[in-house]
Design a protein around this ligand. Sequence first.
Ligand SMILES: O=C(O)c1ccccc1NCC(=O)[C@H](O)[C@H](O)COP(=O)(O)O
Length: 260
Amino acid sequence: MNILDKIVIDKRKEVDLRKSLIPTSQLEQSVLFTRTTTSLAQNLKNSKSGIIAEHKRRSPSKSVINNGLNVQDVAIGYENAGVCGMSVLTDGKYFGGSLDDLLTARASCNLPLLRKEFIIDEYQILEAKAYGADVILLIAAILTRDEIKQFSELAKSLKLDVLLEVHNEDELHKSIMPSLDMLGVNNRNLKTFDVSLNTSKALSKIIPNDFVKVSESGISNIESIKELQPYGYQGFLIGENFMKTNNPGESATVFINSLI
Ligand SMILES: O=C(O)c1ccccc1NCC(=O)[C@H](O)[C@H](O)COP(=O)(O)O
């Protein structure tokens, strides 16, 4: 069984438990229709660097990355660095994150926030809104086309933007629809954990131009960004490279300054 299958099985149990603690009707009452001034997609289009910086304590591929930071400092540091948006991992079991991390990030900065989660249920989209996200991630590998449609349309009705993540051509073809805002290509093979920018390069040719293109995972230097920009990528999701340092905000500042 690959890691995504395991995560999805655990996620189903986790979501059912949370639903029993806070029923959907109660969660709906916490949904506020506030949002940051500009969208993540707009920020990426206007930016020369296009960095989406992630808060990531640990991962299945790297184990512990950094447990010694607080989300508030990371969010403020990323905002001061001039990133286009912040991604907050909310999965607890595999990534050491939580919805409280999202809430803390919301209270600490005005960046567009991506809830980085394995979404398999509408309930998690309501949670994303209630805890302050501006964008949700939908992963094509774990969803049917009907679910992608249903979840992205719910997100739009809540004024959340949608980043759809694909790993290959089949996932891309099954997922294209107007209710998506950004298309992310994950460079990490989730069976072997190997990372290759060739995945982003190969898929770029078949991503329609109406979507902002985001390259995700394994980006650790500015050369990678310069290599991907000619393929039409305007967004670059970076986690470990910043989070493995004592000061992710400072690392992001140095990275961005050497790009622009
Ligand atoms: O990071 C992992 O090991 C991982 C394993 C299984 C599913 C998802 C995984 N990562 C989620 C992400 O998409 C990354 O956190 C994100 O793209 C940033 O990647 P990186 O810059 O390589 O930390």
